[in-house]
Design a protein around this ligand. Structure first.
Ligand SMILES: [Zn+2]
Length: 227
């Protein structure tokens, strides 16, 4: 049986289903990996760009949702330096920084553009998969996702890995700080950990203790106010 190519909306023709870059080749998801409730036919061909196709070569035998998640994670990993630009600078700061010298001028001009391209690819919303206009219902594409600075991470843990890497922070330190303050205060935990980037293990333990103390204090205060 030959594979079915998924429908591609007219305005998205020639685009990669995973990241929105120009498509290069189709990736094939075999029949037993499709996991769909509403589709019971042959394998699927999905358009992909060269890089996404390459990423998936080492990830055979997985469902569409797993493949999608894997690609987005790999892109965050591959472009962590570009994404770091947007975390560390604003566009105006880059313009104002007046990098001089050929190498640095190039950096100033292209850095923001590189950041935006990486961010758009990661944020690209894959269209609904259909074959001959019949939708293929997938189990939810992503679970337990975490969004920060407009970047959709597959999980909170992936976000911690990414930010500890780009800000050169101890990964367990940031993880513990996020645990203490809660995922909704991720931004606070990140800023807190960045206060003393060169801290030793002992100092970090002390800062975490202070953080816990402050949170307990705040909790006690708000409970008092409720009484
Ligand atoms: Zn792609």
């Amino acid at each position: 049986m030959s594979a079915n190519r998924v429908d591609v909306p007219f305005e998205l023709r020639h685009k990669c289903w995973f990241c929105g870059e120009p498509s290069y080749d189709d990736v094939e998801i075999s029949h037993q990996d499709i996991e769909a409730i509403t589709y019971d036919a042959t394998s699927l061909q999905i358009p992909a760009c060269e890089e996404c196709e390459q990423i998936l070569r080492s990830y055979k035998g997985k469902s569409v949702s797993e493949s999608h998640r894997f690609v987005k994670n790999a892109l965050i990993h591959n472009y962590s330096k570009h994404l770091a630009i947007g975390s560390k600078w604003t566009e105006q700061e880059l313009i104002d920084s007046k990098f001089t010298g050929a190498a640095f001028e190039g950096f100033g001009r292209s850095a923001w553009a590189m950041y935006e391209i990486a961010k758009e690819r990661i944020a690209f919303k894959s269209w609904q998969l259909c074959v001959d206009e019949m939708p293929i219902e997938q189990p939810s594409l992503v679970q337990d996702t975490f969004e920060y600075e407009g970047i959709q991470f597959a999980s909170l843990s992936n976000a911690i890995d990414h930010y500890s890497k780009i800000f050169e922070l101890s990964n367990p330190y940031l993880r513990k700080a996020v645990d203490l303050v809660g995922r909704e205060k991720f931004s606070f935990a990140l800023r807190y950990c960045r206060l003393y980037p060169g801290a030793t293990d002992d100092e970090r333990a002390e800062y975490l203790y202070d953080l816990k103390y402050t949170i307990d204090d705040e909790k006690a205060l708000s409970e008092q106010n409720l009484d």
